[in-house]
Design a protein around this ligand. Structure first.
Ligand code: ATR
Length: 294
């Protein structure tokens, strides 16, 4: 990998999480800097939850160019920042911090990353469409807000814990003036609604390796060609959920594109340059398929 030589002018970005060892972001961003010959470096920082405040202060005092933020800090970091992007405010989570001369701006590139992956990976534009989300956790919040901001007409949310789905529906409908409806989970999910939506997004962790034999209960027979079915899980590459959707003729997309484009958008926020998407994608694929020793 083409690391720049580290010297007095090197700009530093990083990842705040706990743990951070398994993140693909350092490899993806460092490959991008190498490709463009930027004197930048991206470093993972294991920030204990009790130390988040000090770590955020460290962004200012060490003049880091910015950081990505991951579990468990995405929500807790909001009150520690100077400005929050409106979309990140709706989502209630920040995954990217930009240090603008000591003022820390919080963004969420997960949602826009998902929208970009729909466009590039499936040629799908959400405007005027209807979408059904499975799940109401952090990932679902990012996707729901991004779809609402991207102009979906109707949004449906189903979640094992109905109360969480109702909270998300309320937050998104208040912020975006879009009609959001909660539907029952599992076997009670109305087939006619599943048949009528343009997009289905599986945002829960069900089916993720090593539990690749699991899938949410879902009326797969109601799916049809012409619909796009996404699973935010990317390991395995094709979850059981996606396999069952594909068997009905639906177009399918996994979560790798969202992971790639959240990184692409963070890179662009920090550097102000167009990201070298191909090398970032290549690096990510190598990481995911375990070709790179960690
Ligand atoms: P993330 O940030 O990855 O979205 P999260 O905030 O913990 O993680 O949310 C996990 C989501 O997966 C939730 O929608 C959760 O449903 P509950 O709100 O009912 O907990 C869902 N989920 C996880 N495991 C599940 C399972 N075995 N069956 C149904 N839903 C599950």
């Amino acid at each position: 990998m083409g690391f720049p030589e580290i010297n007095g002018k090197t700009k530093v970005c990083g990842l705040f999480g706990f743990p951070v060892e398994h993140s693909f972001s350092p490899a993806m961003h460092n490959a991008a800097y190498g490709k463009l010959g930027l004197n930048w470096v991206y470093v993972p920082y294991a920030v204990h939850p009790d130390r988040l405040k000090q770590a955020v202060e460290g962004i200012r005092s060490l003049e880091l160019a910015g950081v990505n933020v991951t579990v468990p800090h995405k929500q807790n970091i909001l009150p520690l920042l100077d400005e929050i992007d409106p979309a990140a405010r709706i989502i209630g989570a920040v995954n990217t911090v930009v240090n603008v001369r000591g003022k820390l701006h919080g963004y969420n590139t997960d949602g826009p990353g998902f929208i970009r992956s729909l466009e590039t990976g499936a040629n799908f534009s959400p405007r005027g469409k209807s979408a059904l989300l499975l799940g109401a956790g952090g990932a679902a919040r990012a996707v729901a807000a991004a779809l609402a901001l991207a102009g979906v007409n109707n949004l449906y949310i189903t979640n094992r814990t109905a109360e969480r789905a109702a909270d998300l529906a309320r937050d998104v409908s208040q912020a975006c003036q879009v009609v959001v409806q909660v539907l029952p989970w599992g076997s009670e999910l109305p087939e006619e609604r599943v048949a009528a939506v343009d997009l289905v997004v599986q945002t829960t962790s069900i089916g993720m390796s090593p539990r690749a034999d699991q899938s949410p209960e879902f009326p797969f027979a109601a799916l049809n060609p012409g619909q796009l079915v996404c699973d935010l899980v990317y390991n395995p590459e094709k979850t059981l959920f996606l396999q069952q959707a594909a068997a009905q003729g639906a177009k399918i997309l996994n979560g790798l594109g969202m992971l790639l484009y959240q990184g692409v958008l963070a890179f662009e926020l920090w550097t102000g340059r167009s990201a070298p998407v191909e090398i970032m994608k290549e690096t990510l694929l190598k990481q995911v398929s375990g070709e790179v020793e960690r």
